[in-house]
Design a protein around this ligand. Structure first.
Ligand code: 5RP
Length: 294
C-alpha cells in the first residue's frame, strides 16, 4: 500500500483545457462501445481512417488457390505492409506467427466448396474461439438475391448478436452470384442490407458507374474486394477510384498475391489508399520496388 505521507496534494486540474470529446474516425461508428472501436482501430489506420486488408481466405471454398499454395512462404513476408489480415482460423493457427499484432479479420462463414451451391453457408466459428484468437472482426458472406439469401443474412445477424456480446465487429461481405448484374443498384441493395442488419463495415465490389452512390447510401464504412487478377495499373486505378468515391479501403487478395511482385504491389496499394497517390505514380512505385526486389 502506498505510504500515506508520500501522497501528493492534487492540484493540477488544467482548468484552462476542456476535456476532448472527439468523434470516432469511422462513419456511423460513434455509438459503438469502446472494445468495438478499439478493434476497428486495429483494422483501420486511425490517422487516415482507411485500411489495406490483405485477403487470403479464399481456401475456405477454393482449396489451395494460386498464390496461396504456401502461405508461410508467400504471404508471411507481406504482413508488415498489411493493416489487417483476413483469413480462416485454420491458416491463422497453423501458419500466421502469433507475433503479428495487427487486426485479424476472421472468415466466420463457410460450408460449400466451389463444387456446390456457394450461398448455402453456415456460421463456421464459435464466438468463444474467436475471442480466444483475439480477433478484430468476424467476416460473413451475404448472398443477397442468392439461392440461400435468407440463411446467409441470418448468419450475419447471428454473428452480429454474438459479436455485440463481446465487442467484436462484423464485416458483411457481399457476394455477387454469377447470374447477378454487378452494378451500383445491386451494390446499394446488398451493402445497405448488411449495414441495416448490424454489420460494422461492409465489403463490396467496385463498380465503375455510380460507385459514389453505393458509399453514400451505406451508413457504415465500405471496403472493396480486389476481385480476379487484372493488370497492376488497372488494379491501382480501381483502388484509387474507389477511395476517391468514398471507400475506406481495400480488402485485396488476388491482385496482390497473384502479382509477379506481391510485396511491391501491396506497398503501391498502400500509397493509393493512405496517401491518395495517383495510380500512375503508385504504378511507378510498384515498378521501382519490383526492380529492387523489395
Ligand atoms: C472470398 C473473399 C475474399 O476475401 C475476397 O474476394 C477478396 O479477395 P480478392 O481481392 O481476391 O477478390 O471474401 O469470398
Amino acid at each position: 500500500m502506498a505510504d500515506k505521507d508520500s501522497i501528493q496534494e492534487t492540484h493540477n486540474y488544467h482548468l484552462d483545457i476542456p476535456m476532448k470529446n472527439e468523434l470516432f474516425m469511422l462513419q456511423g461508428s460513434n455509438s459503438l462501445d469502446w472494445g468495438m472501436k478499439n478493434r476497428l482501430s486495429n483494422i483501420f489506420n486511425p490517422e487516415t481512417g482507411r485500411t489495406v486488408m490483405l485477403a487470403i481466405d479464399h481456401g475456405y471454398f477454393l482449396g489451395p488457390t494460386a498464390g496461396l499454395e504456401r502461405v508461410d512462404v508467400t504471404i508471411v513476408p507481406l504482413l508488415p505492409y498489411a493493416d489487417t489480415l483476413m483469413c480462416t482460423r485454420g491458416i491463422l493457427r497453423s501458419t500466421i506467427p502469433p507475433t503479428f499484432t495487427k487486426g485479424i479479420v476472421l472468415r466466420s462463414s463457410g460450408g460449400p466448396s466451389i463444387l456446390k451451391e456457394l450461398s448455402n453457408e453456415e456460421i463456421a466459428v464459435d464466438i468463444e474461439d474467436a475471442v480466444r484468437l483475439n480477433i478484430a472482426a468476424l467476416a460473413v458472406q451475404v448472398f443477397v438475391g442468392g439461392e440461400h439469401e435468407t440463411k446467409s443474412i441470418h448468419n450475419l445477424t447471428r454473428l452480429v448478436d454474438m459479436g455485440n456480446r463481446y465487442g467484436i465487429p462484423v464485416l458483411g461481405v457481399t457476394a455477387v452470384g454469377k447470374e447477378m448484374v454487378r452494378d451500383a443498384k445491386y451494390m446499394r441493395l446488398a451493402t445497405r442490407i448488411c449495414a441495416e442488419l448490424g454489420a460494422s463495415y461492409v465489403k463490396t465490389y467496385y463498380v465503375p458507374e455510380e460507385f459514389e452512390t453505393v458509399t453514400a447510401s451505406c451508413p457504415v464504412p465500405i471496403v472493396i474486394a480486389g476481385g480476379k487478377k487484372i493488370p497492376e495499373l488497372d488494379a491501382l486505378k480501381m483502388a484509387h477510384n474507389a477511395i476517391q468515391q468514398g471507400a475506406c479501403g481495400v480488402d485485396m487478395g488476388r491482385n496482390i498475391f497473384q502479382c509477379e511482385a506481391p510485396s511491391a504491389m501491396i506497398q503501391a496499394v498502400r500509397k493509393v489508399v493512405h496517401e491518395n497517390m495517383s495510380p500512375k505514380d503508385a504504378y511507378e512505385v510498384y515498378q521501382n520496388l519490383k526492380k529492387e526486389k523489395k
